[in-house]
Design a protein around this ligand. Structure first.
Ligand code: CAA
Length: 379
């Protein structure tokens, strides 16, 4: 059977599931309603090593492999996708690029607090006028004594207002096009980094997403991440892993929608029998399960390739495209199976339907995933 999990991977998955069901699930609906950021839960996830899962233990991380991380993330998303995206961004696009491109000093300085949950991290690539076309970003990095000054605006920043260290891409040389973009590690705890009000989102209501304005924000020389001009490599390299993470998040949400639908189909009765005995509901359940199983294999395969150190751009994009599109469809069918109740805040599938929707949009839209897949095939 693929994949063959190790005992460690199974133990991590089971620990994540037990924690998620006991400590995250009970308050998820209330947090969705209030928008309360899950600080206490994140503190515990940090203590468990879940915020820097692939960061070596010597640097304060969990010391796990990438597949373990994906298995854990799926379990967290099963109970609360808002917690899952916070965890995913911290692991995939804050810790991972620093681990891959950082100097030893940078790893010591930033990974310890990020992995332990002492400080949360994030990723600042997107701008108001540069989303899918990331290379169109305008934020400027200008040299100053001892480092750089950043000016510009970053949009849709997950963990903004809550996080401290952000991997940020800015234009260090306006004349060099894509090669004029560099990556830095920004300490948001300074007056030049202005966090906007949390966006009023359709779903993921208890995760924080903000617009960030940079006004002469200072980045010291030692916080340049990777080589000058290699910012897009840092960003897109990080996004390969990030996209597998978002696929795992969608998988967890979809599995929950599946389980809720099966349970409802057994208990709800119409025309003198459980609705699960009607062929039309059976068809929905069968197709939902087929998509789910196929998606799970794609996600685990991409994760296994990444863990093996292979280039997984194609596999990550394929896993994200198929899993997130399937998950949106599965959650839509789950609402349909629940009928009018599925449209009510009182039923979990309503939240799943809202939460899952963004997974085909962030960390590269489905259209961008198709572009990446086609480019990989044709190159
Ligand atoms: N790994 C490493 N390097 C890569 C790479 C990858 N997967 N993909 C590209 N690169 C490198 C290229 O090799 C190139 O460098 P060289 O010129 O030295 O070879 C450089 O990066 C630029 O690549 P392209 O010329 O291919 O870039 P492009 O402008 O044509 O863009 C794109 C390609 C795929 C459309 C890209 O812009 C993209 O992925 N856009 C989507 C942006 C995105 O996903 N944003 C997500 C925001 S983060 C987020 O959502 C987080 C959150 O909060 C949840």
């Amino acid at each position: 059977m693929f994949p063959q999990f190790t005992e460690d991977q199974i133990a991590i998955r089971d620990a994540a599931r037990a924690f998620a069901l006991a400590e995250i699930d009970p308050g998820a609906a209330a947090r969705d309603a209030s928008g309360e950021f899950p600080r206490e839960i994140l503190k515990k996830l940090g203590e468990m090593g879940f915020l820097g899962m692939t960061v070596p233990e010597a640097l304060g991380g969990g010391g796990s492999d990438f597949l373990s991380y994906i298995l854990a993330l799926e379990q967290i998303a099963y109970t609360d996708a808002s917690v899952a995206v916070t965890m995913s961004v911290n692991n995939s696009v804050a810790c991972a690029p620093i681990l891959a491109f950082g100097t030893q000093e940078q790893k010591e300085q930033y990974l310890r607090p990020l992995a332990s949950g002492e400080a949360l991290g994030g990723f600042m690539l997107t701008e108001p006028d540069a989303g899918s076309d990331a290379a169109a970003l305008k934020t400027r990095a200008t040299r100053t004594t001892g480092g750089w000054r950043l000016n510009g605006a970053k949009a849709w920043i997950t963990n903004g207002g809550e996080g401290r260290y952000f991997v940020i891409m800015a234009r260090s040389d306006p004349d060099k096009g894509k090669k004029g973009i560099s990556a830095f590690i920004l300490d948001a705890d300074q007056p030049g980094v202005l966090m906007g009000r949390p966006e009023d989102k359709m779903g993921l209501r208890s995760s924080k997403t903000v617009m960030v304005t940079l006004e002469e924000a200072f980045v010291p020389e030692g916080a340049l991440l990777g080589k000058l001009g290699d910012g897009l490599k840092v960003a897109f390299g990080g996004l390969d892993g990030g996209r597998i993470g978002i696929a795992a998040q969608a998988l967890g949400i979809a599995q929950r929608a599946m389980d809720e639908s099966v349970s409802y189909a057994k208990s709800r009765r119409s025309f003198g029998k459980a609705i699960g005995e009607h062929q039309m509901i059976q068809t929905y359940l069968a197709e939902m399960e087929s998509h789910l199983q196929a998606a799970r294999l794609l996600v685990y395969r991409a994760a296994a390739m990444k863990e093996a150190g292979k280039t997984c751009t194609l596999e990550a994009a394929t896993a994200k495209l198929f899993t997130t599109e399937s998950a949106v469809w599965i959650c839509d069918r789950a609402v349909q199976i629940h009928g009018g109740y599925g449209y009510s805040h009182e039923y979990l599938v309503e939240r799943l339907y809202r939460d899952v929707r963004v997974t085909t949009i962030y960390e590269g839209t489905s259209e961008i995933q198709r572009m990446v897949i086609a480019r990989e095939l044709l190159k």
